[in-house]
Design a protein around this ligand. Sequence first.
Ligand SMILES: Nc1ncnc2c1ncn2[C@@H]1O[C@H](COP(=O)(O)OP(=O)(O)OP(=O)(O)O)[C@@H](O)[C@H]1O
Ligand SMILES: CC(C)(CO)[C@@H](O)C(=O)NCCC(=O)O
Ligand SMILES: [K+]
Length: 259
Amino acid sequence: MKPRIQKPWLALEIGNSRLHWGLFVDETLDYTWNTDYLPDSVIQQLGNGQPLDNFPAQIFTLPSPLPLVIASVVLSQTALWQSYPNVRVITLEDVPLKNTYPTLGIDRALALWGAGIKLGFPILVIDAGTALTFTGADSQQNLVGGAILPGLGLQFATLGEKTSQLPQLETQNFTSLPPRFALNTPEAIQSGVIYTLLAGIKDFMTAWWDLYPNSKVAIKGGDRTLLFNYLQTLYPELTARLIVEPNLIFWGIAAINEV
Ligand SMILES: Nc1ncnc2c1ncn2[C@@H]1O[C@H](COP(=O)(O)OP(=O)(O)OP(=O)(O)O)[C@@H](O)[C@H]1O
Ligand SMILES: CC(C)(CO)[C@@H](O)C(=O)NCCC(=O)O
Ligand SMILES: [K+]
């Protein structure tokens, strides 16, 4: 038998806050990491196989330029990467999901597709990113629909920016749930945002299970762990049925890049 040559390639998810990277070898996701947006000069360096800070060193031992597959919801960022020598940009037409609408975010479509392929349809995906989204598909792989709201970080940022007296809170400093009826400003902000968001998530999950009993619900995105831990404290019966999986979009990209 001929030895099979393994093909490494990079997947890049461009979100509204930062870049999410995956190193694949064939269909296997080997390693993931996040970076800030990168300037043109650094994109050139990557194309030339020159080592970069914040990138795993193993990448620069592989033949360059590594094929790059991009899923982006930020047009200005997609444009920067067109100069990369070996790039494929995934669009909504590439995702076999049915009943989509033209402006559906590619991140939502791919996360839903990846989740459905690996975990089974019907499925609901919660993306706790810059925006928080719910996106569901039925057993026939039709988009059922979803919802979009400001994500956890954005809710705090907006309150801090658009008011005179409210401070800017950083979610990295949060540990346990705040008191529901708070007696100081930071805890009052936390209480309002967090309890309302958790009640909203519970309501969407419950509504989903009314439509598709026993189907799976998965959560991804930068705030997934914080929200999952809070949900576990408040609604343990809910989290028993909630799958935490950061790589849903990479699963979706891998499923599409094979065909
Ligand atoms: N190291 C980090 N840097 C930035 N955001 C972080 C980090 N760790 C956790 N977060 C949280 O992640 C959230 C952003 O999520 P994520 O990184 O998944 O978004 P994104 O992919 O850039 O945006 P989107 O997918 O919504 O377009 C923020 O609300 C923030 O609170
Ligand atoms: C909602 C976001 C910002 C989430 O990243 C992205 O999926 C997007 O820009 N979507 C376009 C609108 C839509 O999905 O209906
Ligand atoms: K916008």
